[in-house]
Each structure stands twice: as structure tokens, then as C-alpha cells.
Design a binder for this molecule. Structure first.
Ligand code: SAM
Length: 225
């Protein structure tokens, strides 16, 4: 998917990106300066198939193949802001997709882990991230329901597919003081974006934030009641 584009085209994409941040993201309710800067920097058009490039900075999700999507830019920014990332933190993403959300996280912190269940997508995303200079992002092919215990616990977890319940292994792998953003709900139901926080003494608090629409979290773990 990642192909070279000319300098003039790059400048045009940069202007579109600036407008995307101004109108769709800062123009709504994302205020975190680090997140806004990350959204300004990452070339979203290189994370979508060539035929969708012209639409890369529109206010919508886009197909990335295999029945999956790259999330709407505003949702990516909003979920990233929820994580309240600080340098030195470690984050896990479940649902690598195109690698875009992982690239945004990698603008803010050094340790980013991401899991994708569709092998071809995961491999493409890993190659793209490497090509764009994010060779430190660790991509695993597998069922993200179970997290990545070898590298946990994490300060932040972001799940970019809708689960019908909050996966207990992810809760376990969230550090005390950590934050998790996750859409919860079935594919034919209203899904709710939830923020889960774990207090320093391990108490878990759940807040419902907004209705959202994500592709479902699939895999063995998710089919459990
Ligand atoms: N974050 C992605 C991006 O920036 O392009 C978009 C993610 S897309 C909305 C959801 C992704 O979650 C899909 O690529 C899908 O294959 C993946 N997925 C679904 N169930 C999964 C699971 N159990 N473990 C890991 N990935 C999963």
C-alpha cells in the first residue's frame, strides 16, 4: 500500500492534514497538544489503499481490505487523548489494522505493542510502520483478547474493535493507575466507547463516554459469554 508520492502531492496532503486537525479534531473536543501534533505528523494517506488516498483526510473511517477499516481520525485522536500518555509509558493496542493508531501512539511514547488477528493485515502494517520509521513498534499476529502478558503490565490499552465484554486478561494487564479505552457492544447493537481506569490500589472504574461503531473483536476469547 505504501507508495512514494511527489513533493507537491506531499505538500497537499500536509495541508489536508492540517485542515483535518483544525476542523474535525481540535474543532471538536480534543485539546491535548501532543495528540494534535501527532495527528498533524502521521501521514494517514500512507495507511490507506491507494484508491482511497484522496479521501484519507475526510471525517470518516475507510476500508483497508479483509472487511476491516481504519477508524475515523477524530475517534483515533479522542481515544488517544483518553489514554493520557506521558513519556516513558508503555501502551498496548488490540486491532493493529493499518497500523495508523499505533503510529499515533508511537509519536507520544517509545514503547508501543500492537496485536492483529488477521495475519496479512498485521504483516502489511508491520512493514508499513517500519518503512515510516516506527521500527520500534512491536506487532504480533494473534488474538488480542488475551493481551501480551510477556510485555505487560501496560500503562495504557486501546482496543480498536468492539468487544461484547471487557476482556479480563486486558484488565489484568492494565497497571494500577492505568487507563483503557474500549468500544463495548455487539455488531448489531449500539456500541459504547468506555474508559476503564484502575486506581493505584487496583480498584476498577468504568465510564461510558459516547456511542460508536466499530468492527467486532473476533477470535476465541471474544466468543466467550
Ligand atoms: N487501529 C486500526 C488502524 O489504526 O488502522 C483500525 C482497527 S480496525 C477498526 C479493527 C481491527 O481489529 C481489524 O484489523 C481486525 O482484524 C482487528 N481485530 C478484530 N478482532 C481482533 C482480535 N481478537 N485480536 C486482534 N485484532 C483483532
Amino acid at each position: 500500500m505504501a507508495q512514494e508520492v511527489g513533493a507537491g502531492e506531499e505538500a497537499r496532503y500536509e495541508r489536508e492534514r492540517e485542515r483535518m486537525v483544525r476542523e474535525q479534531i481540535a474543532g471538536r473536543d480534543v485539546r491535548d497538544r501532543g495528540v494534535l501534533e501527532a495527528m498533524r505528523r502521521v501521514p494517514r494517506h500512507l495507511f490507506v489503499p491507494p484508491e482511497s488516498r484522496a479521501d484519507a483526510y475526510d471525517d470518516q473511517p475507510l476500508p483497508i481490505g479483509y472487511g476491516q477499516t481504519i477508524s475515523q481520525p477524530y475517534i483515533v485522536a479522542y481515544m488517544t487523548q483518553l489514554l493520557d500518555l506521558k513519556p516513558g509509558m508503555k501502551a498496548l493496542e488490540v486491532g493493529t489494522g493499518s497500523g495508523y493508531q499505533a503510529a499515533i501512539l508511537a509519536q507520544l511514547i517509545d514503547e508501543v505493542y500492537t496485536i492483529e488477528i488477521i495475519e496479512a493485515l498485521g504483516r502489511e502494517a508491520a512493514g508499513r510502520l517500519k518503512k515510516l520509521g516506527h521500527q520500534d513498534v512491536r506487532v504480533k499476529i494473534g488474538d488480542g483478547y488475551f493481551g501480551w502478558p510477556e510485555h505487560g503490565p501496560f500503562d495504557a490499552i486501546v482496543v480498536t474493535a468492539a468487544a461484547n465484554h471487557i476482556p479480563p486478561p486486558l484488565l489484568q494487564q492494565l497497571k494500577p493507575g492505568g487507563r483503557m479505552a474500549i468500544p463495548v457492544g455487539g455488531p448489531f447493537q449500539v456500541q459504547t466507547l468506555m474508559l476503564i481506569t484502575k486506581s493505584p490500589d487496583g480498584k476498577v472504574r468504568t465510564r461510558s463516554l459516547m456511542p460508536v461503531r466499530f468492527v467486532p473483536l473476533v477470535g476465541q476469547g471474544s466468543s466467550r459469554p
